[in-house]
Design a protein around this ligand. Structure first.
Ligand code: FE2
Length: 152
């Protein structure tokens, strides 16, 4: 059995972050009546869930075991997503949650791992592809947020 790489913990944190984003973004997509926001959130939620699956699989391929950890911020995000707040209020809340993430963020950690030669090649390629998809999702969400905030 090869030794398990130490970056399995990062892969597990990505896995959890993605699965959870898939859940709260889907909850918001189901709730909103804004067609542009509903479409965008549905696409991004599906991407997040599939990223959770991909990292779950990669952890197991590397000999690890996916692990669950509690995350208070997830429960708060889900409560906001499912609530009767307006979309504009939810956008403000979601941004505020971003500022409360522990540092270094998972994003900072995977950007570093993508450049780290001690991380296996396939995992680094996976992280690079995943980063591009995350950037595209972020850009779509910012565009629709701007549209909603501009129409208030
Ligand atoms: Fe994500």
């Amino acid at each position: 059995m090869p030794d398990k790489p130490e970056y399995l913990e990062l892969l597990n944190d990505i896995r959890l972050q993605e699965y959870r984003a898939g859940i709260f973004l889907k909850a918001w997509a189901d709730k909103t009546e804004h067609p542009g926001l509903k479409g965008c959130l549905s696409v991004v939620a599906e991407r997040e869930t599939s990223h959770g699956d991909i990292f779950d699989r990669r952890i197991r391929e590397l000999g690890g075991t996916p692990e669950d950890k509690d995350d208070d911020l997830f429960h708060e995000r889900l409560r906001v997503a499912e609530s009767d707040m307006t979309d504009a209020e939810k956008i403000v809340q979601m941004r505020e949650f971003q500022t409360r993430m522990t540092l270094p963020t998972v994003r900072m950690r995977y950007e570093e791992a993508a450049q780290d030669e001690s991380v296996d090649q396939l995992t680094r390629s996976l992280i690079k592809w995943f980063t591009e998809v995350e950037d595209d999702s972020g850009a779509s969400m910012r565009a629709v947020y701007a549209e909603i905030e501009g129409s208030q």
